[in-house]
Design a binder for this molecule. Structure first.
Ligand code: NDP
Length: 249
């Protein structure tokens, strides 16, 4: 018996990396219902099939582009009844595009990063809150980053988006005091996922260099912390957790 049994969990960016791993971690530890959101529908359909066959959990793959802000309320409102009563939202979808110097910044890349990493996360949150307030409970876990705490050259826009996630999360936590809603943030350091390939537009050499000299985390390291946080007693809020590989400190 787990505190997570019968919970309905929506994970954005569930087609790879941390989001995918979080789906597996939830399915391993409890009888949950999972809603997997991402743009690559075939990938999440495949994951859904595998999760159901391995762990017997109900999984709904949903085509979701969090940067399409107008679509978000509709996606949440149109969930089939079995999945409509969301208990946990993991706002994980996000990406970075490498920007060497601010003067070379492509504004289109900046808009995409801000829309996905910040506005998409806000819109997802806004879409579940009425339900949470009605129930007097519900969890939100925002995946931030060490980049939201410490900037680095080339990270001007990405670091800004993750700082925005941290401030949004902190303000929402204060706003939801006494409502039964828990608002949490998990900030990973370097994790080996598709993130670096996306950041360097598929350039294997540049993407590989990111981890040169030390061993990065694996997605499971972050997934375990997310599942641990939401499986605490309702009065316990693991508010803000920074997790990085030992050699990154
Ligand atoms: P991945 O690239 O492996 O995963 C990113 C996920 O986000 C994919 O499932 C992708 O799915 C999804 N995604 C991207 N854009 C959108 C969108 N517009 N709508 C819906 N889904 C989207 O990287 P990670 O697993 O590493 O990244 C997950 C989170 O962790 C991100 O928020 C990232 O910023 C954060 N993070 C990662 C770190 C790392 O070192 N890897 C360090 C710190 C934070 P699809 O393409 O199918 O839509």
């Amino acid at each position: 018996m787990s505190r997570l049994d019968n919970k309905t969990i929506l994970i954005t960016g569930a087609s790879s990396g941390i989001g995918k791993s979080t789906a597996y971690e939830f399915a391993k530890v409890a009888k949950v219902r999972l809603i997997l959101g991402a743009r690559r529908l075939p990938a999440i359909e495949e994951i859904a099939k595998d999760l159901t066959s391995k762990y017997g959990v109900s999984v709904l793959p949903v085509k979701l582009d969090v940067s399409d802000l107008e679509s978000i309320p509709k996606v949440v409102e149109n969930l089939p009844q079995e999945f409509a009563d969301i208990d946990v939202l993991v706002n994980n979808a996000g990406f970075a595009v490498g920007v060497d110097r601010v003067q070379d910044l492509k504004m289109d890349d900046a808009v995409r990063m801000v829309t996905t990493n910040v506005l998409g996360l806000m819109a997802m949150t806004r879409a579940v809150l009425p339900l949470y307030y009605k129930k007097g409970k519900g969890d939100i876990v925002n995946v931030g980053s060490i980049a939201g705490r410490e900037s680095y050259p080339g990270g001007s826009v990405y670091c800004s988006t993750k700082s925005a996630v941290a401030q949004f999360t902190s303000a929402l936590r204060k706003e939801t005091i006494d409502t039964g809603v828990r608002v949490m943030e998990v900030d990973p350091g370097q994790v080996e996922t598709e993130f670096s390939m996306v950041r360097y537009s598929g350039d294997h050499e540049k993407a590989g260099n990111v981890y040169k000299g030390y061993e990065p985390l694996i997605p499971e390291d972050i997934a375990e912390v997310i599942v641990f946080a939401v499986s605490r007693r309702p009065n316990v809020v693991i508010a803000d957790t920074l997790i990085f590989p030992n050699q990154q400190a």
